[in-house]
Every structure is written in structure tokens, then in C-alpha cells.
Design a protein. Structure first.
Length: 65
């Protein structure tokens, strides 16, 4: 059995603690950010409004749990 050690990180964009693998910020292609902020940056890059982003993230969280 493989033991996984989950590292808790704090997102520099939203300040939220997260344990999932980080996303890479599209701003500088270097900074690790939380998966939600990574999703928001991706959706923003294709013109999705913040309100619609909230709806999409809500659906993602519902299906992930």
C-alpha cells in the first residue's frame, strides 16, 4: 500500500488552505496556486464571467465530494 503525505499549502491569490496538487498560475507560469484559482484563471482567459465561474466551481465541488 502506498502512503501519501498531503502537504497543506496556502494559495497566494485567495489565501485559502488546500491539500490538492497545485495549479500553475497563468500570470507568471511559476507560482503554485490552489486548484480553484487555477480554474478561475483558465475560465477567465476564455471570457467566462466571475458569476459563471462561481457556478462552475460549485458544480466541480459537488461532483468531487
Amino acid at each position: 500500500m502506498k502512503n501519501e503525505i498531503r502537504q497543506i499549502r496556502v494559495c497566494p491569490l485567495c489565501g485559502k488552505a488546500y491539500a490538492e496538487p497545485p495549479a500553475l498560475s497563468r500570470t507568471d507560469n511559476e507560482t503554485p496556486i490552489c486548484p480553484d484559482c487555477g480554474t478561475r484563471q483558465a475560465l477567465d482567459s476564455i471570457g467566462i464571467s466571475p458569476e459563471e465561474q462561481d457556478k462552475i466551481l460549485s458544480i466541480i465541488h459537488r461532483t468531487r465530494d
